[in-house]
Design a protein around this ligand. Structure first.
Ligand SMILES: [Zn+2]
Length: 253
């Protein structure tokens, strides 16, 4: 990724002149429970300045770790998007936003049909295959061909730091009986009498995307772990849940 003072960008996405995007770093905090509306607005203005654009509309869903994805149209543009964790659109000037602190945000782009998406996929969303729902909706609503869709997985907690107990491992094993789930799970140490495991949720989302027709070359990982880099990125586990949020944002000009 390209790293600047206040944000990261995917080099591959910067090639498209009709698009702007970024993943913000720790200087900027988008936690809605802490920041006032004025503070959030001034941060979005700062992002407009950095990207050299004006947002016609900012779609910032009220995420609840669901697997629900909505298409943003002229008709629902002013909705609040409550309990929604992913959005797609073909509207220009509409910025799709996801906030995260360890969870994956995944940017989607179909250059042929000119459709963008932004999906919040924490471990619960990953378990609910939200990324598959987003791709299915792009195909259904905009006629995208999965071979043309590109996916960009922003900095998030990677396998090195995503430590879980057996209950979470079992949820993944039960859900993903159609993929070789074992290769994404590593047994860790026993801590306080509990066997610990590490799960590669990025690898699982990548496998899901390939299985529904995305080309492997069209899936770009940041390879940046939010917890390992919690000096630069808001990380829930890297800060004992102190609450800051990064955002990812994508818009077609
Ligand atoms: Zn890590």
């Amino acid at each position: 990724m390209i790293e600047k003072d206040k944000y990261y960008q995917f080099e591959e996405l910067t090639k498209y002149e009709n698009l702007v995007h970024m993943f913000t770093k720790k200087d900027i905090d988008f936690n809605r429970k802490v920041k006032t509306i004025d503070e959030l607005e001034s941060q979005f203005s700062e992002i407009e300045t950095i990207l050299g654009v004006k947002f016609r509309k900012i779609v910032f869903p009220y995420q609840e770790h669901t697997n629900i994805v909505k298409s943003v149209t002229e008709e629902n543009l002013d909705d609040k998007f409550l309990s929604v964790d992913g959005t797609i659109t073909n509207l220009k000037g509409v910025a799709l936003v996801v906030s995260a602190a360890d969870c994956q945000s995944i940017l989607l782009y179909d250059d042929k049909k000119k459709v963008i998406g932004n999906v919040h996929s924490g471990w619960k969303g990953t378990l609910g295959r939200i990324i598959q729902n987003a791709i299915d909706l792009m195909v259904k609503e905009y006629g995208s061909n999965t071979r043309d869709i590109m996916a960009f997985i922003c900095p998030s907690i990677l396998k090195c730091c995503f430590e879980v107990d057996e209950d979470v491992v079992n949820l993944f094993k039960n859900e993903f009986n159609d993929i070789e789930i074992e290769k994404f799970i590593t047994k860790g140490l026993i801590k306080e009498n509990k066997q610990k495991y590490y799960i590669d949720t990025v690898g699982i989302n990548k496998e899901v995307l390939i299985n529904i027709g995305l080309k492997e070359d069209n899936i770009v990982e940041s390879n940046i772990c939010s917890k390992c880099n919690s000096d630069k990125i808001h990380s829930h586990r890297g800060s004992n849940g102190s609450g800051g949020r990064n955002i990812s944002i994508i818009m077609m000009k």
